[in-house]
Write a protein that binds this ligand. Structure first.
Ligand SMILES: [Zn+2]
Length: 202
């Protein structure tokens, strides 16, 4: 009897003895039958959702940086489709969407992000302000394109000295350039200060 080396699924025993060989075999098979394999993989994932998730979590923990890089690249390359799909999902699940947003706004990053968006929206609609881009460019030049707080040359953000939310105006004397980290720090301190003031009033 001639024993033909089977390319079919190995037994556990076979796999344990020579995992590299079977892994290589599987990869080759996958490459040769791409379409078919993808469908099979998708089917398996659907049927074994929990196991697939556990596997992903485990992989992420082990290869954090690689996984993040991959995710970033994937997002960049598929941005349009992802945004569109997310929009559709939001429309179908308004309650879930609200819940996720509320949770996000309770995190530090989420709070800062929300403030930023509010400030941006206000600046766009110019709440009683006259700030022009030309004025802002001149201010940047006067600061030698450095952060007004740490004096480092970093990407600069527009900071309102008196926040728009506290009645500050969107005018040139109420703004200064801050780097991202100083901007975050400044707002954190501002918030702590207002919390102290309102505690004293009580
Ligand atoms: Zn800075």
């Amino acid at each position: 009897m001639v024993v033909v080396e089977s390319s079919a699924v190995p037994t556990k025993e076979q796999y344990r003895k020579n995992p590299a060989k079977y892994r290589r075999q599987r990869r080759e098979y996958y490459e040769l039958n791409r379409r078919k394999s993808q469908i099979a993989v998708r089917k398996w994932r659907k049927k074994n959702r929990e196991r697939h998730r556990a596997y992903q979590r485990n992989y992420y923990r082990k290869h954090r940086e690689k996984a993040q890089d991959y995710q970033k690249r994937w997002y960049r390359e598929n941005r349009k489709v992802i945004v569109k799909r997310a929009g559709k999902w939001s429309k179908r699940n308004p309650e879930k969407r609200k819940k996720i947003r509320r949770q996000w706004e309770q995190t530090l990053k989420g709070r800062i992000n929300k403030q930023k968006n509010t400030a941006k929206r206000r600046a766009r609609t110019k709440t009683g302000g006259t700030l022009t881009d030309q004025q802002w460019q001149r201010k940047l030049k006067r600061f030698d394109y450095r952060c007004a707080r740490c004096r480092r040359r970093r990407k600069l953000e527009l900071h309102h000295i008196i926040p728009l939310a506290s009645g500050g105006r969107n005018v040139i004397r109420n703004v200064r350039p801050l780097c991202k980290s100083c901007h975050i720090k400044t707002h954190r301190e501002l918030k702590a200060k207002t919390a102290r003031v309102s505690a004293r009033k009580r």
